[in-house]
Design a protein around this ligand. Sequence first.
Ligand SMILES: [Zn+2]
Length: 303
Amino acid sequence: MTLSKKSKTAKVLRNVKKNKAARIKHSKLKKKTAILLWVPVVHAGYIKFFEENGGDAFVIGKTLVEDYPRLERDIRAVDPKHIAKSLSTILRRKVQVLDKKIQVFAKKYPRVVMAAEEMSETVAKKFLLKNEVEYKPAFLRWDKKISDTENKIDPHRKISVDALHKELVLRAKLEGSKSPDWWRQIGALLVRNGKVLTSGHNKHLPHLRHQDSFGDPRMNYDYGEAPNTYLSIHAEAHALVLAARQGIKTEGADMFVSIFPCSNCARLISQSGVKRVYYGGGYSMLEGEKVLKDAGIEIVLVQ
Ligand SMILES: [Zn+2]
């Protein structure tokens, strides 16, 4: 073999090695990433999440989340085995249940893509401490984190410094002070053309001191937690039912509240015909703000 032939052969061999190395590197890169989700039910959001993210697909198995008895309250929850099977069929891609073999998984997949939600963080913080975990924002279910989030109300909202509006919010606060609730006192006024039609505050039923005698489930929660757990009638609901009782039309009226309505009251207000909600502060929880806006209700912060 001549020298030039020898160097040509060497070059070819080098290229073969290079390509092989590139192929291995490529397949390693592909292997490196896994998508891991907690999927209680199959719905479009989960399917989209898997479709939009490359890598080997996994659903979180039961043993990884057994510290979370709260999950068992989700009556919709399907066994992860069935979830994986149906997702594999829908996605035409292998979806596996990740259970006891999470240590092997953690070594095999340095990079793990998860949805930014409570269960992802729980599993990652416990089992994937050395992995690069990417949390992608996605609304898949009402996890505890989302349910408790105090959503900042749209900063582009209207702000009023009108003297009459200020006076009415103050009156709503005074109405709230009538509440015997140990936790918080909220007032609401139904108003038309600046005239107060009805006023309500949050109170326990069937009598004002009911919670003093029988306790209150709210005692289990801190401020902002479990916003839908309460035994009282809320101020906004109180003002609206008083209007119904007295035959006062709510269509086209305004509502003044000491703090931003909770999502239950927002739903009630959205169906009442109220056109504007003036509030003195607070935050929107769950989908309260959206419900009001979708109903075409103007939201005005009174400062
Ligand atoms: Zn409420």
